[in-house]
Design a protein around this ligand. Structure first.
Ligand code: ARG
Length: 444
């Protein structure tokens, strides 16, 4: 591809070190879409005849079928998916040699990664919506089921199962906004930037932008080939969602233990022990917790790659893909697994109610009764604290009545919880609609 300047080839031992094919293989659908848009722009600029454009289009479609069907033959010398596709195209048609005019692999990979990121972000939004839906359904069913709420993992005050489950849905809804932001950040169309300084050829960028469904044109050719902020944003959103799923997994692990006994693990979400016949383990919940490390690892990896790079493209940037794909794949998997896990949780009403019946959970209520009668809160706190110490606390009302007094927005009153669950369902539906309206899902 750059044979003119060279007498000898890269050492074969270094070819493997340099190659990114195993990883960027995944980009072939977006790479082909980008090449089609670029070829059409060349034709509109009279840089490519109609006949050659058709030959290129036919060739790229054939290559796509070969890649889809697993019949594409890679060569030792294919450095990445972009060179492999161009090499194959020139085998299929002499017109292939015209394709790369006015384009560099630098703006080509910048384009492909943005297209991939937009696809991934819209998939992730739909997957978040699935997990949120599962939480909201369970929350609505258990809107009034009492359970102890915790701080420091010590029983604190009564809440409901529904309220607690929605406390896992809210952060995921925030993650959906993070994914939508990452989608938007990847909305700049970089083709036309060339290696870093654009091109002298009269290619118009607007047509490629609209064909590929981007929101805007990148406005600086150096920045366009160097920018990976959108990938970092997307990985951060993955990290945030993974941390939230990890916390959900940890709650399920605790609840499923004999010590808590708040949920029974359905067979469909449990695994057994190869040695201990009695065991039923919450492996799926544990994996939500454990796998969250992957996205965080990717965040650190890409930030480290970017830190200290000079403008514009540097080969270090090739490492962006491994980090991004790992974060996206593991987060999508975890979100889908979390939805199934939550759907299958079977709560034990009696165990939950017994735990919530601890009268000390109403100590704060007792203090607030004194406050309502005019006592300074500090004095009330002291008085009730003494009663607890002496084992003589008389709670003013039941845990259930306590909940029904907590009617402020965001509180655990069962009617509030049920209403919030309904609203969360609506938000999840809106996210699914948003996702389904994004540009066609390019990657296979
Ligand atoms: N495989 C490379 C990457 O993913 C393609 C870009 C190569 N560009 C270059 N100037 N060597 O980053």
């Amino acid at each position: 591809m750059w044979g003119g300047r060279f007498e000898r080839r890269l050492l074969p031992e270094l070819e493997r070190f340099s190659s990114s094919l195993e990883i960027d293989f995944e980009l072939y659908p977006v790479d082909i879409a980008g090449s089609l848009a670029h070829a059409r722009a060349l034709a509109r600029a009279d840089m490519l005849s109609k006949a050659r454009l058709s030959a290129i289009e036919r060739g790229l479609r054939k290559i796509e079928r070969e890649l889809d069907g697993g019949t594409f033959e890679f060569r030792e010398t294919d450095e990445d998916i972009h060179t492999a596709i161009e090499r194959r195209l020139t085998e299929l048609t002499p017109a292939g040699a015209y394709l790369h005019a006015g384009r560099s692999r630098n703006d080509q990979v910048a384009l492909d990664l943005r297209l991939y990121s937009r696809w991934a972000a819209s998939q992730l939004v739909a997957a978040v919506a699935g997990a949120v839906d599962a939480l909201a359904s369970q929350a609505r069913e258990h809107a009034s089921w009492l359970m102890p709420g915790y701080t420091h993992l010590q029983r604190a005050q009564p809440v409901t199962v529904g309220h607690h489950l929605l406390a896992h849905a809210e952060p995921l809804l925030r993650d959906a906004e993070r994914f939508r932001h990452a989608y938007d950040a990847a909305g700049e169309m970089p083709l036309g930037s060339g290696a870093l300084a654009g091109t002298t050829l009269p290619i118009r960028r607007e047509g490629m932008r609209s064909e590929l469904g981007f929101d805007r044109l990148s406005l600086n050719s150096i920045d366009a080939v160097a920018d990976r902020d959108f990938a970092l944003d997307l990985i951060y959103a993955c990290t945030s969602a993974s941390i939230h799923l990890s916390r959900l997994g940890e709650d399920v692990v605790l609840w499923a233990s004999s010590e808590f006994g708040f949920v029974r693990l359905a067979d469909e979400i449990s695994t057994g022990s190869s040695l201990m016949p009695q065991k039923k383990n919450p492996d799926i919940a544990e994996l939500l917790r454990g796998r969250s490390g992957r996205a965080l690892g990717s965040l650190v990896a890409l930030a480290s790659v970017l830190k200290g790079l000079p403008l514009a493209y540097d080969r270090d940037l090739q490492e962006d893909k491994a980090a991004l794909f790992v974060a996206v794949d593991s987060t999508l998997d975890s979100l889908r697994a979390a939805a199934l896990l939550v759907q299958h949780l079977a709560f034990d009403r009696n165990r939950l109610a017994a735990a919530a019946a601890d009268p000390n959970l109403l100590a704060t209520d007792a203090a607030e009764v004194l406050v309502a009668a005019g006592k300074p809160f500090r004095h009330a706190h002291e008085e009730v604290g003494k009663a607890v110490r002496a084992g003589k606390l008389a709670p003013p009302w039941s845990a259930d009545a306590s909940l029904r007094k907590r009617t402020a927005v965001g509180g655990p009153d069962p009617r509030r919880v049920a209403a919030r669950a309904t609203a969360v369902h609506r938000q999840a539906a809106a996210l699914k609609t948003w996702s389904s309206k994004r540009p066609p899902a390019l990657p296979k």
